[in-house]
Design a protein around this ligand. Structure first.
Ligand SMILES: CC(C)(COP(=O)(O)OP(=O)(O)OC[C@H]1O[C@@H](n2cnc3c(N)ncnc32)[C@H](O)[C@@H]1OP(=O)(O)O)[C@@H](O)C(=O)NCCC(=O)NCCS
Length: 138
């Protein structure tokens, strides 16, 4: 997960090992991982293709990572769909997330799932780098 996070969010924007450990250790952490159907080779561990981290208590999406070689194949949608279904089944009525203003791919993906902007967080990713706060009904 740490390696994939570095590929998806080049440093310094990536969550480091300690931060990811903290997220997955949270009581109520939601984690979905995606592995390829066919094994990499005898004895080799399957490569992690994608993962989605979310908080089942606050209904907040934390991070969604799909390896560049596997994008535009519906994996991000499949993970998001399953995460939203889980949060719905837990009784949440609304889900939220933050996405960088210039992350067109993620904004388009989340828009497809009904996320709409509800605010802007100035400097969320550091000075001059803002995020859009989005919410969707479940
Ligand atoms: C954003 C991300 C998770 C999308 O994953 P994905 O598996 O490629 O997404 P999907 O194949 O399910 O795409 C679903 C829809 O999202 C939109 N989308 C995805 N990538 C896009 C791109 N590069 N440009 C524009 N729209 C895009 C499209 O509407 C797409 O539907 P289509 O393929 O029918 O046109 C992936 O690009 C990624 O990991 N990016 C780097 C990390 C990141 O930004 N994560 C999100 C943090 S909030």
């Amino acid at each position: 997960m740490v390696e994939l996070e570095k590929i998806c969010f080049p440093p310094p924007d990536n969550y480091d090992l300690r931060t990811l450990q903290n997220f997955v250790s949270l009581n109520g952490a939601g984690l979905l991982r995606w592995y390829p159907d066919s094994p990499a080779g005898a004895g080799a561990p399957p490569p992690l293709v994608a993962f989605h981290l979310f908080d089942c208590f606050t209904a907040e999406l934390i991070t969604l990572d799909v390896h560049p070689d596997w994008r535009r194949q519906g994996i991000g949608s499949a993970l998001l769909s399953r995460s939203l279904a889980k949060l719905r089944s837990l009784g949440h009525a609304t889900v939220t997330c933050q996405i960088a203003v210039d992350n067109a791919a993620s904004l388009a993906l989340h828009a497809k799932f009904g996320f709409t902007p509800v605010g802007k967080i100035i400097g969320y990713y550091g000075s001059g780098r803002d995020a859009i706060h989005l919410a969707a009904r479940l």
